[in-house]
Design a protein around this ligand. Structure first.
Ligand SMILES: NC(=O)c1ccc[n+]([C@@H]2O[C@H](COP(=O)([O-])OP(=O)(O)OC[C@H]3O[C@@H](n4cnc5c(N)ncnc54)[C@H](O)[C@@H]3O)[C@@H](O)[C@H]2O)c1
Ligand SMILES: O=c1ccn([C@@H]2O[C@H](COP(=O)(O)OP(=O)(O)O[C@H]3O[C@H](CO)[C@H](O)[C@H](O)[C@H]3O)[C@@H](O)[C@H]2O)c(=O)[nH]1
Length: 339
């Protein structure tokens, strides 16, 4: 059968590049559309890279005309919670206006199928976990609000223009390609597991543990860590579900398994075989004590269940592709990881 194209905005980024690899394995041709603001050319290895901005309608029109994709998986966004509080304009412009520009380009070519990267940050600080999709949407920062706004825009585009969408609310993406071809290469990096590696390797003097007096068994925050390959697979299942005429949906993507910051710290020490220098720091504003998914709906709707449950394995895959700050700077200019 002819291999069909899928446009992957943000395809040079962390989750997007893993999705591209999974798409190619599933016999699609992933077309990465990325402005390389935060992504890496070297992470695009399974299909063409179009260097363009989702805010640029002409660039999108050209890519859609050349590749005629059957669907769009939309990862491109800024996703730093703290930065979104300091500079909300940057987030509303890139995430919300950028998505509107993309949706309008899709309308111009009569392409109406989108899988969208949403986040559990749309729930804000829910009173209880596991979190079901019906929980109130109450984001507590501009980043989360941009994602919730986009979900509502998608609903309006579905009603008025016949768009089909799946908004996938990820919990904490982690780990990397078990083959070691791509990894989580963020600069700057604020996520717990790569920050822990930075402390283990001396890139930073110590990991700050944001609070140990939460109402949790060991006092540290609890999250739901889902492996990036499981996330990638969920996106392909969502594309296939929509193309078969599946109903529009908003789904949690998590394992449903609660893991504390201390449990991550111990996994990092086990995997690296080194002590993790750490220091207690004040609670990070806006951090809920406990956040984990009820994954039942994604199973019912997409038939999706996260396969990787072992946190040590998740951390191991991340460690295998960890790149320190200096090499990461080189990755931007393409001097390492030659094909
Ligand atoms: N990492 C997580 O734990 C997590 C959790 C929930 C949701 N998400 C969402 O998943 C998506 C991907 O996250 P990630 O961790 O892979 O981030 P990432 O920064 O690694 O990838 C985002 C990519 O989008 C590109 N991009 C940004 N703005 C663009 C624009 N205007 N035009 C074209 N390209 C643009 C960047 O260059 C980058 O390659 C984001 O939408 C994020 O909000 C991530
Ligand atoms: O240096 C650190 C970094 C994190 N943490 C703790 O580790 C846990 C995980 O923190 P991350 O920053 O790795 O991720 P978040 O839980 O803040 O994730 C949120 O922000 C992400 C955006 O990057 C996603 O949108 C995700 O859905 C949303 O819940 C939190 O309890 C945090 O307090 C530390 O103790 N020290």
């Amino acid at each position: 059968m002819e291999r069909r194209h899928v446009l992957v905005t943000g395809g040079a980024g962390y989750i997007g590049s893993h999705a591209c690899k999974a798409l190619a394995k599933a016999n699609y041709i992933p077309v990465a559309f990325d402005n390389l603001a935060l992504g890496h050319e070297k992470a695009v290895r399974w299909g063409p890279l179009v260097v363009g901005d989702i805010g640029d309608g002409d660039s999108l029109d050209r890519a859609l005309a050349v590749y005629r994709p059957i669907a769009v998986i939309h990862f491109a966004a800024f996703a730093y919670v703290g930065e979104s509080v300091r500079d909300p304009g940057k987030y509303y412009t890139n995430n919300v206006s950028g998505t509107l520009s993309l949706l309008e380009a899709m309308r111009r070519t009569d392409l109406r199928t989108m899988v969208f990267s949403s986040t559990c940050a749309t729930y804000g600080e829910p009173k209880t976990s596991p979190i079901r999709e019906a929980e109130p949407q109450a984001p507590v920062n501009p980043y989360g609000r941009t994602k919730w706004m986009i979900e509502q825009i998608l609903e309006d585009y579905a009603s008025a223009y016949g768009f089909q969408y799946a908004a996938l609310r990820y919990f904490n993406a982690c780990g990397s390609d078990p083959d070691g071809e791509i990894g989580e290469w963020h600069d700057p990096e604020f996520h717990l597991i790569p920050r822990a590696f930075m402390a283990v390797t001396g890139q930073i003097p110590h990991l700050e543990v944001f609070g140990d007096d939460y109402d949790t068994p060991d006092g540290t925050c609890i999250r739901d860590y889902i492996h990036v390959n499981d996330l990638a697979r969920a996106h392909i299942q969502a594309v296939q579900y929509l193309l078969k005429g599946g109903k529009n949906c908003r789904l949690n993507l998590g394992t449903g398994q609660p893991t504390s910051v201390m449990e991550i710290i111990r996994a990092v020490e086990r995997v690296t075989g080194r002590p993790l220098p750490r220091r207690l720091a004040p609670r990070r504003p806006g951090d809920p004590a406990v956040l984990f998914a009820d994954p039942a709906r994604a199973r019912e709707v997409l038939g999706f269940t996260a396969e990787i449950k072992d946190i040590t394995y998740m951390v191991q895959t991340a460690w295998n592709t960890y790149i320190d700050g200096q090499d990461l700077a080189q990755l931007h200019i393409g001097e390492v990881f030659q094909d």
